[in-house]
Design a protein around this ligand. Sequence first.
Ligand code: PEP
Ligand code: MN
Length: 368
Amino acid sequence: MKQTLDIVPLKSWFDTGDAPLIIAGPCSAETEEQLVATAHLLANTGKVNVLRAGIWKPRTRPGEFEGIGSIGLQWYRRAKEETGLPISTEVATAKHVEEALAAGVDILWIGARSTANPFTVQEIADALKGVDVPVLIKNPVNPDLSLWLGALERVNRAGIKKLAAIHRGFSSYEKTAFRNEPMWDIAIQLKTLVPELPVINDPSHICGNRELIPYIAQKAFDMDMQGLIVESHIDPSVAWTDAKQQVTPQALSDLLSNLTYRHAKSDDPVFEDKLAELRKDIDKLDDQIIKILSDRMKIVEKIGEYKRDNNVTILQVNRWDEIIHKRSNVAQALKLDKDFVVKLLELVHNESIRKQNEIMNSKPVAEA
Ligand code: PEP
Ligand code: MN
């Protein structure tokens, strides 16, 4: 089901031409010198469109550095004036919104912890009524698409039309290589539900370490995301927050040069023709797959009736083991990924069991 948000295209409020939107800057504003010097180095790369810096920091544990607070806004304004770059920061309360706007912050974002809390989002949305400022909404910390959508709707209903989402990954109990699991499928679902919504990727908070950033950033472009927000610090080793995931402005510049930005469409008619031709072949094969599945299901039904009439169980583990074993060998010989084929067979098998269960619990059709 498509969702509608009353938004204007990214190009109308931030035109980067054919290039992605790049937001970069330190996790936190720490000192005037650190913020302004980092801003200059980032501006000098010529690859950064907007600065980022946290003025108020949501910290998991009390007693950690919770952001430099309002004083940082004055330093930030200086960075904006000297570099000519627009500035962005996280707001979590109505007061933050008021202070940030008064200081000339150009773009606001709502952090992952705030998105998870509808009271907070509503408070921010109320403070934004009557204001024309772009707002970026990070996904909630927990993998819940509705909360993300809900926050976008609340802010949109407050009249904010310059809206975008930030994909920064999700908390998961299981420890993996990432600080926050990307769970790409949730971001893809959001893009499918609201195709006009720009989605920007935050590889820094997904990775939690600088080494993995290029991999995630490229994947984001491959998934048709329209920009990146990356943490960059003049000297990451001494950063007060998120030291492991920050990169120097030079490293950011190199990283950006090595990425390939892809477009959802091409203007090249030869490419479009070839793509259309290949898609026709795919359509034909998909139709055949559906037809084959339907034929297979008919046989499954017949077997179901046969089992029912002879009082035999639906599930026969040996038979299932044999199917998995044989088919994965065939798959391997055909250079198909074994796990993919097993997953597909499991889906088909579950549906077969569901069908046979239905049959098992229905009465045999009386003989005429
Ligand atoms: C941040 O961008 O500095 C931040 C706190 O991120 P998140 O809300 O994604 O944790
Ligand atoms: Mn951070």
